[in-house]
Design a protein. Structure first.
Length: 182
């Protein structure tokens, strides 16, 4: 698998993704976001992430959309691609990275890349995760487990698929997932 950062915002390329294979396919045709992709050895695109600076804080980069080919989900491709963007953004001088996630699978995957729940949600009920973890005095007393579990709890009150419910049940009371470095 090859992972590549194609461009920084606002000079991102258009990516035309098949809407049957990729969620958020239409979001990747915008050129005002940076893009990174994962490709197989034969150059088949299997994942993409779009990102841009926060409109009010030039030191913050938002990962806006992460998508993985439906046939390749669960293989760790999305988190590896997010780590690539994370590492390049840190090298570029961004103080923090943020992402809003709408399901417990994405929540867990981003935790494995070093993002943590901020205690905030967006107007459309996405949980906001941040890297590095925030030093907010209101959450400084939280243990890592408490912060992780607080985010999972946000999902438990929602209308979930059976797979999501089973996933959340399997994480009840658990520690956050170990950070992946590969």
């Amino acid at each position: 698998m090859e992972y590549e950062l194609l461009a920084w915002p606002p000079d991102g390329p258009k990516l035309r993704l098949d809407h049957e294979r990729f969620s958020y396919a239409g979001k990747f045709v915008m050129t005002n976001t940076g893009k990174a992709v994962a490709r197989t050895a034969d150059s088949r695109l299997v994942a993409a992430v779009a990102f841009n600076e926060d409109r009010t804080d030039e030191d913050t980069l938002w990962l806006r959309y992460v998508t993985v080919d439906r046939e390749r989900r669960g293989e760790g491709i999305g988190p590896r691609l997010c780590r690539l963007v994370r590492d390049r953004a840190v090298e570029r001088g961004y103080d923090r990275l943020r992402i809003a996630v709408n399901n417990p699978f994405a929540y867990e995957a981003l935790y494995r890349t070093g993002f943590a729940y901020t205690g905030e949600t967006t107007g459309i009920a996405e949980l906001i995760l941040e890297y590095p973890t925030p030093d907010d005095p209101d959450t400084a007393a939280w243990t890592d487990r408490e912060r992780y579990q607080a985010g999972l709890e946000e999902y438990r009150d929602r209308d979930l698929s059976e797979a999501e419910e089973q996933f959340l049940e399997s994480r009840t009371g658990s520690e956050p997932p170990a950070l992946e470095t590969v």
